[in-house]
Design a protein. Structure first.
Length: 335
């Protein structure tokens, strides 16, 4: 039955949406069933933690005053992207895995299509948001006054809108050719490697020069660095180290998928079956980044950590009050 359904599918759909091989993607072999069960369980758990964790982070960032408006908005954008991974992308992967071992090839194919669209979109959005954060940190240091005056709240919203609109090229590209998202992914990954690395290098050089100027002021007290007036260098260094943590976390989570994709191109049929087992977990590892980021924010940003703890205490106290009221009500009804 599964073979009949898959064979009746529109050939243009197969070509455009990468349900390339029904024997692998649509009708999953029995040897992969245990793998799909484990992947479904992991993604179901991480879906909840990504959604709940990033909801807390968004509330905390909205109340955080220690981060400037541009950086705060970009961090909120990254948290929103991670939240939607937990809300949309991971549940789709869970459904895809479940239908891999219970059957249902048509559902499985179209869920795979939706998973590819959403995962391409939100992963690209995360990459480009981190690139934007790195540029924000660089310009905040090197063009402090000009950048702060130019980057109004309206401009920040425009930058974020451009990120969301430009990343639509990934799902829309699949309508044209399955190779377009692969090309775009390579370009975005190259940008992700080059721009933040260059920005951090320039930041490091600039801060070293600043330290030299500070040390020279001891010998010449009349020397001043006008570019750094009113600038909290210690807080800035902490924000850059936070950026590096988030950057390396995404890079580490993404590299296994890169390796699987490269190996897939040259693998034969049996090799692809083995790669699917690894690929399910490499995809899970990418999406786990959406759960990991809230912990990094709490670890690196003191005010976010305090606000998150306060929000959690309020949630638990409300839950305890609700339980107490329910218990009291049940006792009253017994009486």
């Amino acid at each position: 039955m599964a073979v009949n359904i898959s064979s009746q599918m529109n050939s243009s759909t197969i070509n455009h949406f990468a349900c390339y091989d029904p024997s692998i993607f649509i009708q999953a072999p029995a040897s992969l069933h245990a793998n799909y069960i484990v992947a479904a369980v992991f993604n179901a758990v991480f879906s909840f933690t990504a959604f709940f964790g990033n909801v807390l982070i968004l509330f905390a960032l909205k109340k955080t005053s220690s981060i400037n408006s541009a950086s705060n908005s970009l961090l909120c954008n990254l948290a929103l992207s991670d939240l939607l991974v937990g809300l949309l992308v991971q549940p789709l992967h869970v459904i895809y895995c479940i239908y891999g071992f219970i059957g249902g090839p048509e559902v499985r194919c179209y869920v795979r299509i939706m998973f590819q669209w959403t995962s391409d979109y939100f992963i690209a959005l995360s990459f480009m948001t981190i690139v934007a954060i790195s540029l924000d940190r660089y310009l905040t240091l090197c063009q402090h006054h000009a950048y702060r005056s130019a980057m109004t709240p309206c401009r920040i919203r425009e930058v974020i809108a451009v990120l969301w609109i430009s990343c639509l090229s990934f799902p829309l590209g699949r309508l044209v050719s399955s190779s377009i998202p692969m090309i775009l992914s390579s370009v975005v990954f190259l940008i992700f490697l080059v721009i933040p690395s260059y920005a951090v290098y320039k930041i490091y050089r600039f801060l070293k020069q600043h330290e030299i100027q500070i040390s020279s002021q001891f010998s010449n007290p009349f020397a001043k660095n006008s570019n750094m007036v009113g600038f909290n260098v210690l807080q800035y260094k902490r924000s850059v180290s936070t950026l590096l943590c988030v950057y390396f976390a995404l890079l580490v989570c993404f590299l296994p998928s890169v390796a699987v994709t490269v190996a897939w191109v040259t693998a034969d049929q049996s090799g692809k079956l083995r790669l699917i087992q690894v690929g399910n977990f490499s995809l899970t590892f990418i999406m786990f980044n959406s759960t990991l980021n809230p912990f990094l924010y709490c670890w690196r940003i003191r005010e976010v950590r305090k606000l998150t703890k306060s929000l959690l205490k309020k949630l638990f106290s409300c839950a305890n009050k609700t339980n107490d009221n329910d218990n009291k009500y049940s006792e009253d009804t017994r009486l």
